[in-house]
Design a protein around this ligand. Structure first.
Ligand SMILES: NC(=O)c1ccc[n+]([C@@H]2O[C@H](COP(=O)([O-])OP(=O)(O)OC[C@H]3O[C@@H](n4cnc5c(N)ncnc54)[C@H](OP(=O)(O)O)[C@@H]3O)[C@@H](O)[C@H]2O)c1
Length: 338
């Protein structure tokens, strides 16, 4: 790896940019998430190569959270180091997002949705990344014990203070989302977007959430589009020792059942008939729906990233292909927390 990275002059040639709801912000159809593979426990040069490949491919949106690592916080530090080394001249070409909601530090103020936690957490995130502001700050999960008004007032304050340019929410139910949208609108800081899990294997957002998001004028970004790697050829011949199922605790080997793999094998054949890999077809399947602003992928290598981006070459499906996919995915259940 060279120490001096020259960014590609062609970086905006092949990426598609979608308007985020009714806002002024455009997001790349494919974004990069740093949940895995960017902690101190991971290989720094590999992480750096992934970010370089992403930026050179037109990926402008980088998705972080306070707790990404391991250890928690280290993904933000690693990302900050890569920014300083390779992209200090390119901050204005990036949309950098972080979140707070899950456990980050000991005691009563280290998780959930209080003003105390959210504001302190963002200050910590900014220090770790070496930034003055993030582009998007999310409430990472709804807090049933804190008045949603307090959480939204904290987001409004954060945006007005200039520490974030936009506010977002993640993992809120349709009813919680409706409330959040209304309160933020009243406060004068519109909710930019909602981030939720969505893939062929987890279509819960189709039962109400996408409608609420659409009528609220929000953007929608889908995470874990490959069901953490299951929607690819990764597990067709067993569980490789370097895979997420073998290494990380959010995807357990016991989730990869023979029934699931039988369906994955058939989806893989369908993808090959379309001239795509299964990973590409899984991403394309999400992007065919115009309600999906961006799909946030995770990758463990730059080559996975380069392959996945080529999903954009074909995001249209015939009715027959869509029916075949539905007929297959509705025969299995797969729903790990992540
Ligand atoms: N808001 C939330 O609560 C929340 C929750 C989860 C995630 N997210 C966001 O969404 C992002 C993406 O989530 P995710 O990492 O679960 O996404 P994903 O794209 O479903 O899974 C990524 C994993 O799939 C495997 N993979 C990727 N491309 C592949 C290919 N071409 N062939 C074979 N395997 C491939 C890799 O695992 P291997 O290690 O096996 O190679 C990779 O790390 C996160 O980084 C985070 O930013 C947000």
């Amino acid at each position: 790896m060279t120490e001096n990275h020259q960014v590609s002059v062609n970086r905006y040639k092949n990426m598609k940019y979608n308007r985020c709801g009714k806002s002024g912000l455009l997001l790349p159809a494919i974004s990069l998430g740093l949940w895995h593979n960017f902690g101190f426990a991971d290989n720094f040069n590999n992480s750096r190569e992934i970010i370089r490949t992403a930026f050179d491919s037109g990926i402008t949106y980088f998705d972080l959270a306070n707790n990404y690592g391991p250890p928690p916080g280290s993904a933000e530090e690693v990302f900050g180091t890569i920014l300083r080394k390779d992209f200090s001249a390119y901050r204005d070409e990036m949309v950098i997002a972080t979140k707070a909601g899950y456990l980050m530090w000991e005691g009563p103020y280290g998780e959930w949705g209080s003003r105390k936690y959210l504001i302190a957490s963002l200050d910590q995130s900014l220090k770790r990344m070496g930034l003055d502001y993030v582009d998007i700050f999310y409430s990472h999960r709804f807090d049933p014990e804190t008045p949603v008004e307090e959480t939204m007032m904290a987001l409004d304050h954060i945006v007005r203070s200039g520490k974030a340019l936009y506010a977002g929410i993640s993992n809120y139910s349709p009813e919680q989302t409706e409330k959040a949208i209304r309160i933020l609108k009243e406060l004068g800081t519109p909710c930019l977007l909602h981030q939720s899990r969505y893939s062929m294997l987890d279509r819960k957002v189709e039962s109400g959430l996408l409608d609420v998001i659409g009528s609220g004028g929000l953007g929608f970004v889908a995470f874990s589009p490959l069901a953490q790697g299951v929607l690819s050829d990764r597990y067709l011949k067993g569980i490789p020792s370097d895979s997420r199922a073998a290494k990380a605790h959010f995807l357990k080997p016991s989730f990869i059942t023979p029934e699931l793999i039988s369906v994955i094998g058939k989806l893989n054949e369908l993808a090959l008939q379309r001239g795509q890999t299964l990973a590409q077809m899984a991403i394309a399947w999400l992007l065919r729906d115009e309600r999906v602003t961006s799909v946030i992928i995770g990758v463990s290598s730059a080559s996975q990233l380069a392959g996945n981006i080529r999903a954009l070459e074909n995001i249209s499906f015939t009715g027959n292909e869509l029916e075949k996919i539905m007929a297959l995915v509705t025969t299995v259940s797969f729903n790990p927390r992540g």
